[in-house]
Design a protein around this ligand. Structure first.
Ligand code: 5GP
Length: 175
């Protein structure tokens, strides 16, 4: 287990789940009459993904991608490598890409490009957290849980050196 110097709760489990309910309702309304292909970015989006999927009252099919981004720490390598593509073709699908947090925006920008190249009918972006002050791309998410300041956060799927993903809340850590 990797210890941290301090942990300060930023959003409670109740606040997060309430906000995800709102996002699910919004998606349900905006995609009425359509089927959704929900594509999660492993591993950080897993907890948000599950909660969001259950709040969408439309036909939803699951798929996942995996990318390499942060290396066992808090600093980005700046290098994005796609390790796993979706298992099934996305041609003609209405895709919602589900990510834990948007930082520079490089990950989602590259993934959206990939899905558009593969012929998705539409690609929108959902992220539990967004750090707009860190953006180095023109990426804009369609569904955002909470905007947060430039701090390193863990919990609800987000890790520090692979730990703390199972915290039911989101906390700011000092490492
Ligand atoms: P981007 O490509 O937008 O710069 O990076 C997004 C990825 O960076 C996220 O999927 C996540 O893996 C990582 N990341 C960015 N900020 C944080 C943070 O505060 N905490 C954690 N655990 N990961 C972060």
């Amino acid at each position: 287990m990797v210890e941290v110097k301090s942990m300060k709760q930023l959003f409670t489990e109740e606040q997060i789940k309430q906000r995800i309910c709102e996002l699910g309702a919004q998606i349900t309304k905006e995609y009425a009459g359509k089927e959704i292909k929900l594509i999660g970015v492993l591993r950080g989006a897993s907890v948000f993904y599950a909660e969001l999927a259950m709040r969408i009252a439309l036909p939803v099919r699951f798929d996942f991608v995996s990318v390499s981004s942060y290396k066992d720490g808090t600093e980005s390598t700046g290098r994005i490598q796609i390790r796993k593509e979706p298992d099934e073709p996305v041609r003609g699908e209405h895709v919602i890409l589900v990510e834990d947090i948007i930082d520079t925006g490089r990950t989602l920008k590259q993934l959206r490009g990939l899905l558009e190249d593969r012929g998705a009918a539409s690609v929108s972006l959902a992220a539990l957290l967004d750090k707009p002050s860190r953006r180095v791309t023109d990426l804009h998410a369609d569904y955002v849980g909470f905007e947060i300041p430039d701090a390193f956060v863990v919990g609800f799927g987000l890790d520090y050196a692979q730990y703390y993903r199972n915290l039911p809340y989101i906390g700011i850590v000092e490492v």
